[in-house]
Design a protein around this ligand. Structure first.
Ligand code: ASP
Ligand code: MG
Length: 455
């Protein structure tokens, strides 16, 4: 069995869905389990519906819902137009199901503040809609496809919008559901991102969580491979939107790919590789717009050479400097600092320290006011805004001859606010002024990849 996960752009409209469907149909012999995202931008639109309702802008919220409904019904029309004949009853059924999904959405849409559980129901509509339409299209084309509710497989804790899966239950539930379905059908389709608590209350795995769903089900059913279908030719040496001359990467280790995702690359959700790695299942990043491209294989460390693979970045971060003379020759200062961050729910990325200070980076989207206030009760604190973090990622990068010379050469005209190398030698990160980020990335890419020193 294989897992085939398709992201939002691979199911954006009828054309993209039909392209995706033919990729799946070409692999039926491998028993695919499809995991799909919502159609492109639908999840954002649903978050916006919630925002409008919370601001009591009911009319605008209704308009936004009507536009979403029209878009999904329009996809059914477009799919029907490609079929030799439309089965009236099935067409009615799929439209009724779409209407039911919107009715549920509207039932849970309040005025003013809504509970996180209600929000999870509303946001999950996106994946329910896309998977329903694709299942309809596949069955109409003659591929016997079973639609499965992901909530029967992915059981989580009660952190409704960013839930953690219960691995103990998952292995049993997903394996059972998939096995039963395969007794009667040629393929299975389910939703990414969507989950439920053990007693059936809806939860979500966090933004971009469909990759994670794919990997979780892959682990549970011991899949032969997990395919993550997106709209780029696999993972590249840098973000092609910023750097020209990037190269595709054939292989990455689980650790390198996780590090990439954690340090800003958007290709994979950061938790995706963990379940796959547990069972040593290869993960392939592939392009549904260009299925011939071999993409990138994410494999165990032993299959991957040492050296630099890619550059990641976080475009908008803050640097928090925490300084205290008391830190010298005392114990427990670090604990106090990190307890303060934990109390205020602030997640810290990079860290460097000296005798009297600790410096950390945090994503700018986090609210750090409370943490800064707490830290200021026992230390001097400054926050530098508008910084960017660039990470050089690769297995055993400390073995790369001349690495620092190349890095420093690329930042010769820039201020560096922080340098940090992780202890597993997977990444070296620097922090620069945000307006300089693109330039530094380009120079680093030239020095590390284009001059041919290292690969
Ligand atoms: N549709 C969800 C999102 O946009 C999950 C996903 O696509 O992975 O975050
Ligand atoms: Mg994604």
């Amino acid at each position: 069995m294989i897992i085939m996960k398709f992201g939002g752009t691979s199911v954006a409209d009828a054309t993209a869905m039909l392209r995706t469907i033919s990729i799946v149909e070409s692999k039926l012999a491998q028993k695919p389990v499809m995991v799909v995202s919502a159609c492109a931008k639908v999840t954002d639109a649903l978050y916006n519906v919630i925002k409008l309702a919370e601001e009591c802008k009911q009319e605008e919220a209704s308009d936004a819902i009507a536009a979403l409904k029209a878009r999904h019904m329009g996809i059914v029309d477009d799919i029907n137009a490609t079929l030799p004949a439309v089965n009236e009853r099935k067409d009615r059924d799929v439209r009724a199901k779409i209407n039911r999904i919107f009715a549920t959405l509207e039932e849970h849409l309040g005025e003013g503040n809504m509970s996180e559980c209600d929000k999870a129901v509303i946001i999950s509509s996106g994946e329910y809609l896309s998977s329903t339409i694709i299942a309809y299209a596949m069955n109409m084309r003659g591929t016997k496809t079973h639609w499965v509710d992901a909530r029967s497989m992915i059981i989580t804790d009660e952190d409704y919008l960013k839930a953690s899966p219960r691995m103990d239950i998952l292995e049993v539930s997903a394996a059972r559901v998939v096995k039963e379905a395969y007794a009667k059908y040629q393929t299975i389709i389910t939703q990414g991102f969507i989950s439920a608590t053990e007693d059936g209350r809806p939860t979500l795995l966090g933004r971009g969580g469909s990759d994670y769903t794919a990997s979780l089900i892959g682990m549970a059913i011991d899949a032969d491979r997990i395919e993550i279908w997106t709209d780029v030719d696999g993972v590249r040496t840098a973000d092609p939107r910023i750097v020209s001359n990037t190269k595709g990467l054939h292989k990455l280790s689980y650790e390198e790919a996780t590090e990439m995702a954690r340090f800003g690359a958007k290709v994979l959700h950061p938790l995706t590789l963990e379940p796959a790695q547990k069972k040593n299942i290869p993960v392939y990043v592939l392009n549904s717009m260009n299925p011939q491209n071999e993409g990138t294989a994410v494999l165990s460390r032993a299959c991957v050479f040492d050296g630099i693979k890619t550059l990641s970045y976080k475009e908008n971060i803050r640097v928090i400097n925490i300084y205290s003379m008391k830190m010298i020759n005392t114990v427990g200062f670090m604990e106090k600092v990190f307890k303060t961050f934990a109390r205020h729910n602030v997640s810290v990325d990079l860290l460097s320290s000296s005798e009297a200070s600790i410096t950390v980076t945090v994503e700018a989207s986090q609210n750090v006011d409370g943490a800064v206030k707490g830290l200021s009760t026992f230390a001097d604190v400054t926050v530098d805004r508008d910084k960017a973090q660039i990470s050089i990622i690769g297995k055993n990068i400390i073995g790369v001859r001349g690495l620092l010379a190349s890095v420093f050469n690329a930042v010769i005209d820039s201020k560096i606010y922080m340098i940090s190398q992780d202890t597993t030698y997977l990444n070296l990160s620097i922090v620069v002024d945000r307006p300089e980020m693109a330039d530094v990335l380009k120079k680093l890419h030239q020095n590390l990849f284009e001059h041919g020193y290292f690969n």
